[in-house]
Design a binder for this molecule. Sequence first.
Ligand code: FCB
Length: 464
Amino acid sequence: MTHVSPPGGGPAVTDYTPLPSFPAGFHWGTSTSAYQIEGAPSEDGKGVSIWDTFVRRPGAVRDDQTGDVACDHYHRSAEDVALMAELGVNAYRFSVAWTRIQPDGEGPANPAGLAYYERLVDSLLEKGITPFPTLFHWDLPQALEDRDGWLDRDTAYRFAEYAALLADRLADRVEHWITLNEPFIHLAYGYAFGIHAPGRALMTDAIPVAHHQLLAHGLAVSALRAAGARKVMIANNCTPVWPASRAPEDIKAAEAYDTLHNRLFNDPILLGTYPDLSAYGTGPDLNGTVRDGDLATIAAPLDGLGINYYNPTRVAAPGPEHGLPFQDLPIEGVPRTAFDWPVVPDGLREVLIGLADRYGAALPPIYITENGTSVDDKLVAGRVADPDRIAYLDGHIRALSEAMAAGVDVRGYLTWTLLDNFEWAEGFHQRFGLVHVDHQTQTRTPKDSYYWLRDRLSELAAEH
Ligand code: FCB
C-alpha cells in the first residue's frame, strides 16, 4: 500500500496499491437504466411502462416508493454527463425507455423521445464518452403487457421494430448497441416470482418469456445491423454456481441452477441450442414455444457479450417444499453488501474463465456491463466515506485483470452505477452509486469511491 493523496481535489481517500495495467482503448465506464434514474414518466409524449404501473400496486415496492422522479436525470442529463467527464470514464451504458420512443410499443417514433436520446448521445460524444445504449432494461410498454407481454411472441417483433427506429436515427454515431438487459432476471423476478414488474408469478409456466426475449434479441440484431449498427451485444447476468457439497444431489441441483441462470441465455445465443431443461418439466422446444428457424435467428453472430456480475450462488438439493430443482443457500464467511449479497471478487474471474472454457471460440469479446455494490452510505459534512465500495471495485478490477491475464478477451468494465437510484422493489433503500443523491433535493455529491476511481483511471490513462 502506498499513501498518496488524490491529485486534482476531492477528499484524501484511502491507501491504495496501483491497479494492474489494462490495454489501450479499454472501455471504462458507468452503467445506468432509464426507469431507475430518469423520472419524467409522462413528459414529452412518453407512454406508460410496466414499471409505471407496477409501482402503483400497494406493497410492490418498499414504502410504496416510485420512480416518478427518481434522479430527475431527464432534466439533469447535462449535469450527470459532466460528472462522468470529471470522473474520466470513456464509456457510458444507459438504457432507452421504449415508451419514450413508442408510447404504446408500436407505430411511428415519437420525435421528442428520439430527440432526447440524440441530445444525450451527442453530449457524451462531445466529452469523448462512448455511448453504450441498452434497448430494453425491463420497462416494457404497458400496452404490450396488456397483450401478454413477453409471453406473446409478437412482442419480439415489436422490439425489433423499435430497435430499428432508434438505430435509423443514431447508428451513424453510436457504435455499440446492447439489445436486452438480464433477460434471466426479468424472467425470474418479473414473470416467475412476481417481485418485479409486471408482477406475474407463473413459476415454470413463465419459460416462454425466455424464448420470446431471446427471439427479440435475435430479430433486433438483424434490424440493428440493417440500420447500420456496427457492434451489437446483449447483457446477461452470470453467476458462478457452487454446489453446497460434493454429494451427487447437490451437484445435480447446482447443474440445474446453472442451466437456468447461465446457460438458458448464453447457449442459444452462442451455440444455437437450448440446454437440457427437463429438470423444469420443459422439453427441447420449450413445450411448443420454439419455431423452425428461431434458434438460427437467436444465434446471429455478436460483436460482444455483456456480463453483469454481482456474486456467486450456493445451491443444494431442494426439500419437498421448494417446488424447484434446487435451493439457494447463503455463502458464509465473506463480507456482505447492504443488500446482503456476498462479496466475492474472485467470482468475477471464475465467471469469465468458466465462460471461456464452456464456449471456447464461440465466445465473443466480453464487456463487463455491470458490477458494483450497495452500501449504507452516509453523507456527513459534505462527504461520503465509502471504503467498502472502494474495496469492492478494487477487488473486482483485480479479478478481472487476472481473467484477462489468463487469456479471456475483455474489452470494458462499466460499473453499476453512477448515481444512487431507484433500485426496483427496494425503492431508494439501496445505494449503489459512485455519486450520492439526496432524493429530496436531487443534490449530487461524489463519494470517496468516485474520487478513488477518477484517480485510478487517470493513472491508467497516463500509462498509454
Ligand atoms: C442488476 C440490474 C440493475 C440493478 C443492479 C443492482 O440486476 O440490471 O438494474 O438493479 O442489478
